[in-house]
Design a protein around this ligand. Sequence first.
Ligand code: SDX
Length: 392
Amino acid sequence: QTDAFTYDPGFTSTASCQSTLTYIDGDQGVLLHRGYPIGELAEQSSFMEVSYLLLNGELPSKQELENFSTTITRHTMVHEQLATFFRGFRRDAHPMAILCGVVGALSAFYHDSTDIHDPAQRVIASHRLIAKMPTIAAMAYKYSVGQPFLYPDNSLSYTGNFLRMTFGVPAEPYIVNPVIEKALDRIFILHADHEQNASTSTVRLAGSSGANPFACIAAGIACLWGPAHGGANEAALNMLREIGTPDRIPEYIARAKDKNDPFRLMGFGHRVYKNYDPRATVMQKTVREVFAELKVTDPLFDVALQLEEIALNDPYFVEKKLFPNVDFYSGVILSAIGFPTSMFTVLFALARTVGWVAQWNEMITDPDQKIGRPRQLYTGPTQRSYVPVTER
Ligand code: SDX
């Protein structure tokens, strides 16, 4: 609780935990990380600096940021045996399936950072997860396209390293485009943490049992994959592709309103934001910057803009408080940069790892922490006696 806000007592009964990391006001469209507005962080900070802020609670000095970035950089390589792990997957395996499997296996490679009661091991595990996620994500992409893995180049930035490992090839030098690097770094900032969303709650619940941090993050990745959550960016772009041209938008708006049609506008709506998602605002601005830099004109962006315009002025969506969320525009940008839709949620997981890790550390160091045990409202049969099969 800070003097800037009056803690809403109404949440005390339903809140799953207390946290100092991220504050969301769904009605005002406010998102703060350790008190700093997401718009200011997205415009002025870097993903490494926001990672330090989420983990440590304060913005770093220049030297602290350099030391943190160097520490993370030193953990970017993965155990060489891990590369063989990939070869067990089919080439057409979804990269999220690979990410779930490989991250879950990390505890089998890093036994010296699985003791959750050892502060030093918690720090190393946290740094390893943040550092290795880009390497593993890039390896998942390379494996899917049949290209060789590239080792990290630690002379590059965190995001530049990831771009090179993903799009570089051994046969020629890879030059990081600074505009693309900045745009992707900003997308990572927008996805870093988001209070107690489904995947973060999954990480906390898994961690409350004492499971090692690698297993907890793997659980978060599995939950994020769902199309109602992190899988929405992939689903939103597939929806825009299916709509194809602006003249078909009314057909899909009608479907979204039809109670008998399970179709939902992917990238619209939010459990908490009932006004607008401040991240979507930054995302839409970033689309224009990337498109200008790459000199691309993607008709899907026109469909996205017109879909947003129509939906925002439709009484149904206004009444239901439905508007674009963080996933609506991210796919258009990632597609323009060159990522296939199957990699969109992988990038979400890459960025959200720092939030999951920070939330896990906050949970595991809470002296009052107990194993999570949600209860239920039982609506099944009352007690009854067993009936032998001969009498049924
Ligand atoms: C993320 O929690 C987080 O913080 C998540 C996240 C993060 O950073 O971690 O922000 C990331 O997951 C963003 C959300 C990405 N998901 C999508 O874009 C998928 C499409 N959106 C919907 O599935 C839905 O909006 C949810 C799940 C995101 C939120 O649903 P709610 O708030 O629980 O609302 P609801 O499902 O109860 O729906 C309320 C009404 C319903 O109509 P009624 O039954 O009241 O008549 O709104 C309708 C719904 O039918 N509705 C939609 C809709 N979303 C809700 N109708 C059409 N299209 C939609 N997208």
